[in-house]
Design a protein around this ligand. Structure first.
Ligand code: NAD
Length: 336
């Protein structure tokens, strides 16, 4: 336990701040949430009253001298400038995903963190789901033997209650379902298997932001992965890893259940019977961030992890741009 609590500001008081970061901060003994920052100060004030946070400001500079660390939970297009400012002020940063909209911006954030010698963590929240952690451990123990296939199906009609509407606004994000939703599962795959050496990508965009996407990836050791993402239709919402001795799978939106089929025997296991839910995993993420500062170690999802997945996604969009668009718009739901 650190001698003094980490004084924290949340910058961007939208949906994830309200449902995740702010309530989570109250559960983490290592931090004290002292300030809420939002360009919409009425919003920040309302949340400050509700959650008992003492300071409110319209800009990070208004509170930077009073805090040690900032969670950047704005839409991604404004985060490079905010991260730059936070590091200049000597703050540690937990940045929401995607780390940035482009590789160039993400690299600049990494450089600013290195210059300032401050921690940069990225909110790749699936890394804190108990079943994802357990699956990773089981893979490390060789439970499946050689891994052969990975299948990810993640999709439902978009319903996240964002205030800004950033997932659908091209001036705020360069991509749709892949960048705003699929990034979580991609980060989990890269965490488990490293980066793929080859991929094929397709999506349903005809000049706008994609709502459906499909990726095939090839990892070392002849491991093939198929990822299907949608923000228009409900899919199976499951990540499955198949190997020589059977299969392990987790429901995408469940944090504790893991299904295993090993040696012909099927079983459903509940990994942890303690707390679960968004606030719980976001609190674990914040605790890891706080401890990475006091223990001077890397956080579970580093800036380099954040950069890697942004780079991969940029590569997907570049591959898409290199192909001609269909002459007629495909009919959503028919082709996808
Ligand atoms: N890790 C996760 O599981 C998870 C879940 C949901 C969202 N997110 C990510 O969190 C980020 C925010 O998402 P959201 O849904 O909360 O967004 P949102 O649109 O609901 O809220 C964004 C807030 O930021 C404020 N803002 C915008 N520019 C600002 C600036 N320059 N300074 C201060 N405040 C500013 C807006 O006024 C708004 O209140 C996105 O990048 C999203 O991808 C992550």
């Amino acid at each position: 336990m650190p001698e003094r609590k980490l004084r924290l500001a949340v910058v961007g008081c939208g949906a994830i701040a309200e449902r995740g970061h702010i309530p989570a901060a109250r559960r983490v003994g290592e931090v004290r949430l002292v300030a809420l920052v939002d360009s919409d100060t009425a919003r920040a004030e309302a949340l400050a009253r509700r959650f008992g946070v003492p300071r409110v400001a319209a800009t990070l500079s208004g509170v930077a001298a009073e805090v040690d660390a900032a969670i950047l939970a704005t839409p991604p297009h404004v985060r490079p400038a905010l991260a730059e400012e936070a590091f200049r002020e000597g703050l540690h940063v937990l940045c929401e995903k995607p780390l940035a909209n482009t590789t160039t911006e993400a690299e600049a954030i990494l450089r600013a963190a290195a210059r300032a010698r401050r921690v940069l963590a990225v909110a790749h929240t699936y890394r804190f789901f108990p079943n994802r952690i357990r699956l990773y451990e089981m893979l490390g123990q060789g439970v499946l033997g050689g891994v052969r296939r990975i299948d990810v199906r993640e999709g439902m009609p978009a319903g996240w209650p964002t205030r800004s509407g950033y997932p659908f606004r091209k001036e705020m994000v360069p991509g749709g379902v892949l960048l705003t939703l699929g990034i979580h599962s991609l980060d989990a795959l890269f965490w488990w298997f490293g980066e793929p050496f080859a991929f094929q990508y397709e999506d349903d965009s005809v000049g706008g932001l994609e709502s459906n996407a499909r990726i095939r990836m090839h990892f070392a050791g002849e491991v093939e992965a198929s990822v299907r993402l949608s923000r228009t239709c409900r899919l199976e919402n499951r990540m499955t890893v198949e190997g020589e001795r059977g299969a392990l799978s987790v429901p995408v939106y469940d944090q504790r259940v893991i299904h295993q089929c090993l040696g012909g025997k099927e079983a459903r296991r509940v990994v942890e019977r303690g707390r679960s839910g968004l606030v719980h995993v976001v609190a674990e993420q914040l605790r890891d961030f706080a401890r990475s500062i006091t223990e001077q170690r890397a956080p579970r999802a580093t800036g380099a992890d954040g950069l890697r997945v942004v780079q991969f996604i940029e590569g997907c969009y570049a591959a898409k741009r290199a192909r001609p668009l269909p002459e007629q718009a495909p009919i959503a739901g028919f082709t996808w």
